[in-house]
Structures are given as structure tokens and as C-alpha cells.
Design a protein around this ligand. Structure first.
Ligand code: UDP
Ligand code: MG
Length: 137
């Protein structure tokens, strides 16, 4: 089984949607291996999103991701990376399919409710960014 990293972003927590998103995760057959609420420091947010450094939205993204707590989760399923991205929907909610989390709940391309890893290798790095092996059940 494959793993991916999910983040319920600050807008998700502020809008009290964490329960609904966790329900969707479980309804869609993912196992939750680890789950915790944390407040990202600026240094953590910058490091987590370092692939986007220099892009026009980078500073705004770091500000957004540090404005309040997030809930991070390690998910397990067959083809977990693709399956979670499918449930999230497109980055821009205006382009997201009906029924996806971003279509249902996101305000705009920046404040878009959830994060998901983009590849299995990325997922390994992103899971270990937040969880030690002993925290993954
Ligand atoms: N983002 C943004 N403007 C853009 C593209 C991305 O604010 O034009 C933000 C958005 O929060 C997105 C994150 O940067 O989720 C990471 O971008 P990426 O292209 O990796 O999208 P994702 O993998 O989250 O769908
Ligand atoms: Mg991405």
C-alpha cells in the first residue's frame, strides 16, 4: 500500500471543516496512519514549500500556512498519492470537479483547504517532515 501526506490547511481549521474532511478521507477508504494538529513556524512553512521558492505566490503561501493551526495526516491506500489528489480536486477550486474537497469548500486558488503530495517520492519526504516512524500506526 502507498502513503501520502495530507494537510488540512489553516482555512480548513478556521472554517471548522476538519471533521468533514476526516469523514471524506475515511469514507473514501484511506487508512489514517498518523494525525495531529500543529502550528507551522515560518521556517517550517518555507522549508515545506521550498520547491515553490521564487514563485509569485510563495510569500503569500507561507503567510497563509502560518496564520493558524493545521492538521497533518499520513494516509494509506492503493495509489494513495493519486487517490488523495483526486479527492482534493484541482488546485484552483474553479477548475475542481464536483464533489471534490476544493470544489466543496475552497475559497480560491491560494486558500484551498487541503494539501496533498504530488508523487510517491515527495510523499516520503513530506511524511517524514511531520512524523517519525513510531508515530505512524
Ligand atoms: N498556490 C497559489 N497560487 C497559485 C498556485 C498555487 O496560491 O497560482 C498555492 C496553493 O495554496 C497551492 C500551493 O500554493 O495549494 C501549492 O501549489 P501547487 O501548485 O503545488 O498546488 P497543489 O499541489 O497544492 O495542488
Ligand atoms: Mg503541490
Amino acid at each position: 500500500m502507498d502513503r501520502t501526506l495530507a494537510i488540512m490547511k489553516p482555512d480548513c481549521v478556521q472554517k471548522k471543516l476538519v471533521g468533514k474532511v476526516v469523514d471524506k478521507i475515511l469514507e473514501n477508504g484511506f487508512n489514517i496512519l498518523g494525525l495531529k494538529m500543529i502550528r507551522l513556524s515560518e521556517a517550517q512553512a518555507k522549508a515545506f514549500y521550498d520547491v515553490h521558492e521564487g514563485k509569485p505566490f510563495y510569500d503569500e503561501l507561507v503567510d497563509f500556512m502560518t496564520e493558524g493551526p493545521v492538521v497533518v495526516a499520513s494516509l494509506e491506500k492503493e495509489n494513495a498519492v493519486a487517490a488523495w489528489r483526486e479527492l482534493m480536486g484541482a488546485t484552483n477550486p474553479t477548475e475542481a470537479d464536483e464533489g471534490t474537497l476544493r470544489k466543496l469548500f475552497a475559497d480560491n486558488v491560494g486558500r484551498n483547504i487541503v494539501h496533498g503530495s504530488d508523487a510517491t517520492e515527495t510523499a516520503k519526504r513530506e511524511i517524514s517532515f511531520f512524523f517519525s516512524e513510531t508515530e505512524l500506526i
